[in-house]
Design a protein around this ligand. Structure first.
Ligand code: SF4
Length: 275
């Protein structure tokens, strides 16, 4: 869904440049053209999908970044569809507070409710480089606040292949995320979308993207360090071909998944319970 939100990292509140890889047309197909009202988008999604029950995913931009009454009005749109059984709200970890979490929690009475926090990496240097505009500590606070509500499920987003992150740094992110025993995780291979600062850096030769085999190797190592109970909700990327700069292998999702599945190991193999 594109519910018409903005993002404080784009509208000047934090910065007006956004994350250096941000081009929401590349992440969320519904932002590519006007799909009409939220209700029209939900209706179209239901019609398109071969499924009986649905979770409305508020995906584009920062889906808690509005006054409370406006948030309620937007999330309530899901109530108009009887086959909708859940909502999932994607946001930044620095864009929630007690009131927002209380509101989101109110939907858990009759819905499956997820909140998805964009973390991307735990490393301060990388968070600065990619202009996230928040710190790992914001994620810690957001998880802590959300955990006070036992029925909200938490998913974190991370990116593998960020500029200048080596294997050790990626594993450190995996171990940190694992320590929270989160309900879900979405792992994204870094990919470069047109009209982004990342594209400029890439074309200037400032960093390289991962080859497919490198990504598979790192993604598998990441999975090995995760808590076994965390549901992997994503481990490949979706990007329209006309917006993708590199790497082109992300267009072949089944090859990525096959490469991961063929490794003789399993999620949590190297997970260690915090002492
Ligand atoms: S937080 Fe999301 S919407 Fe905001 S600038 Fe970053 S990628 Fe874009």
């Amino acid at each position: 869904m594109d519910a018409g939100f903005s993002c404080p990292n784009r509208d000047g509140k934090i910065s007006d440049n956004g994350c250096i890889y941000c081009n929401n047309e590349g992440f969320s197909p519904n932002t590519r053209k006007s799909f009409g009202s939220i209700e029209e988008q939900i209706a179209k999604g239901i019609k398109r999908a071969n499924a009986k029950k649905f979770i409305v995913y508020f995906q584009a931009y920062t889906n808690t970044y509005a006054p409370l009454d406006k948030l309620k009005q937007i999330y309530d749109s899901a109530r108009k569809f009887e086959d909708v059984v859940g909502i999932s709200i994607a946001t930044r970890p620095d864009c929630v507070n007690r009131d927002v979490i209380d509101l989101i929690d109110s939907y858990t009475k009759d819905y499956e409710v997820w909140i998805e926090y964009g973390l991307q990496t735990i490393h301060k240097k990388t968070l600065g480089l990619i202009n996230r505009g928040h710190l790992y500590e914001d994620f810690l606070k957001a998880v802590d606040l959300t955990r006070k509500k036992k029925d909200i499920k938490i998913c974190a987003h991370v990116i593998i292949g960020l500029p200048f992150e080596d294997e050790g740094m990626i594993i450190e992110t995996a171990r940190s995320v694992a320590s929270f025993k989160l309900d879900g995780i979405k792992i994204h291979p870094l990919h470069i979308i047109k009209s982004t600062k990342l594209e400029e850096l890439y074309k200037a030769g400032r960093f390289q993207v991962l080859e497919l085999e490198e990504y598979i190797d790192l993604a598998v190592k990441f999975l090995e360090h995760l808590w076994p109970g965390t549901v992997i909700q994503r481990i490949s990327a979706d990007c329209p071909r006309d917006l993708l700069v590199a790497p082109l292998w992300i267009l072949d999702k089944s090859k990525v998944l096959r490469g991961i599945e063929q490794k003789d190991t399993f999620q949590g193999r190297l997970y260690k319970e915090a002492t």
